[in-house]
Design a binder for this molecule. Structure first.
Ligand code: GLN
Length: 235
């Protein structure tokens, strides 16, 4: 007995926001797979339960609403640990490092935000990428038209169809997109935001948080983390 109370017996219910490959996305059969899914599966195995994944808007995940209302036990959504989010969620130890990156169509690379003045820049609503860009635009007083999209798929579609001249999101998701769509998009610039992803539980759920941290630590020490990394992120 782990002493972990789950919202549904025998199930570890995970809230995520799809698509966010390589961390979580549907495979050809419709099954949700990815780096985060594989790590949370380790927690489920340890608890001798099965992981069930709920796809839900990022806003409800990062605000704590979904965990508080009992929609899920754990949040796994390529989610950056921030001070603001720490007020409403209890984060695990960091499990992945990320930065922001600016993607453009290949051959139309834009290296600086200054070059985007008078043009449209896409971001994903509710994310650290959106926050970073809005802060930069304000601080530097740049007249860039920042357009927020509801999810990563909508943002990537906007870039592919030239609704925006560039788009900002976490570097690993652009790397994955480029692998899946070779030659179309380039990472033209990076912004070293020094982000770290964490899984989250409802504030005060120390028993589950302990299991999540134990699973991350065990995976890092026994080579499982490296295997999962190689499978989903690559070299
Ligand atoms: N890492 C980013 C954030 O936490 C994006 C997460 C996501 O879109 N799933 O805001």
């Amino acid at each position: 007995e782990s002493g972990v109370a789950l919202i549904k017996a025998g199930t570890l219910t995970t809230c995520t926001h799809l698509p966010y490959a390589p961390f979580q996305s549907k495979d050809d059969s419709g099954k949700v797979v990815g780096f985060d899914v594989a790590l949370i599966d380790l927690v489920a195995t340890k608890l001798q339960v099965t992981q069930a994944i709920v796809d839900t808007p990022f806003e409800g995940i990062k605000s704590g609403a979904d965990l508080n209302s009992g929609k899920c036990d754990v949040a796994a959504a390529g989610m950056t640990i921030t001070d603001e989010r720490k007020k409403v969620l209890d984060f695990s130890d960091p499990y992945f490092d990320a930065t922001q990156a600016l993607a453009t169509p290949t051959g139309k690379e834009v290296k600086t935000l200054e070059e985007l003045v008078g043009r449209r820049l896409g971001v994903q609503g509710g994310t650290t990428g959106e926050d970073y860009i809005k802060t930069q635009v304000k601080e530097k007083n740049l007249k860039i038209e920042v357009v927020s999209y509801k999810d990563l798929a909508a943002l990537q579609q906007a870039l592919a169809t030239n609704q925006v001249v560039a788009a900002v999101n976490d570097l690993p998701v652009w790397n994955e997109y480029i692998k899946a769509n070779p030659g179309k998009v380039a990472v033209a610039a990076g912004f070293d935001t020094g982000e770290q992803y964490g899984f989250a539980v409802k504030k005060g759920n120390a028993a589950l948080l302990k299991e999540v941290n134990a699973a991350i630590a065990a995976a890092k020490s026994d080579g499982t983390y490296d295997k999962i990394y190689a499978e989903w992120i690559g070299e």
